[in-house]
Write a protein that binds this ligand. Sequence first.
Ligand SMILES: Nc1ncnc2c1ncn2[C@@H]1O[C@H](COP(=O)(O)OP(=O)(O)OP(=O)(O)O)[C@@H](O)[C@H]1O
Ligand SMILES: [Mg+2]
Length: 266
Amino acid sequence: MDFLKPRYMPMNRRRRIYEGKAKILYEGPEPGTLIQHFKDDATAFNAKKHEVVDGKGVLNNRISEYIFQHLNDIGVPTHFIRRLNMREQLIREVEIVPLEVVVRNVAAGSLSTRLGIEEGTQLPRSIIEFYYKNDALNDPMVSEEHITAFGWATPQEIDDIMSLAIRVNDFLSGLFLGVGIRLVDFKMECGRLWENEMVRIVLADEISPDSCRLWDIKSNDKLDKDRFRRDMGGLVEAYSEVARRLGILSESDNPPPTAGPSLVKH
Ligand SMILES: Nc1ncnc2c1ncn2[C@@H]1O[C@H](COP(=O)(O)OP(=O)(O)OP(=O)(O)O)[C@@H](O)[C@H]1O
Ligand SMILES: [Mg+2]
């Protein structure tokens, strides 16, 4: 009897496709779909630093959902279909392009260290950088020459990735500016999605305070994973603040309860 069948397999019977540092991918309910599960694990410096931060997965799931849904709505293609529950979302399976695409608006992190530019310096224009996704090599920075020579992406795909990156950066900069946050930089991943004989580049993975640098406009307070990288504490409080400003957490949840974030139900 069809109507008695559960819509999703129970957790323990699902096939696990991949377990990474921050997320788990499970086989989805239909071919070509996956379930992306957000864990509470926080890692930095290629997992040399690791901690479990209660509530982080729930917040990243909600913040990433909010961003991907808005991008879908304005016609930026993404893998996101819909959120399923507090920690999981349904996504389209893509073939991940093995690149971490970093967009920078303000100098920080490795750009400041490598080039000796003081953190917080506004860049003359937005800069896109590519890193080869390879933990064993510590995700080294690569140029378009390396990408095409080694066949990680074609010149046309690099063009598509760069236009996608610019559109995402424009959208995110405006979104965050509107809630008093400066988008210093962010990392994104792209994938190839096949749709009736056609293949196109779409935004994949997640966009959350784990993968962005977000500074309060007035105080320059960090509202992102640098709080963890730099042992500043207050990670969940900072992520909750981002969610609250985006209107995902209700006003009454500020400051966040110690039991963990409570979420607005739609
Ligand atoms: N739509 C998608 N289809 C297939 N794989 C995806 C999709 N979106 C994201 N991924 C991949 O799923 C994984 C998510 O797990 P997680 O972010 O925890 O990985 P990670 O530990 O950061 O490792 P990695 O270096 O592979 O990103 C990543 O490898 C990411 O590239
Ligand atoms: Mg990752």
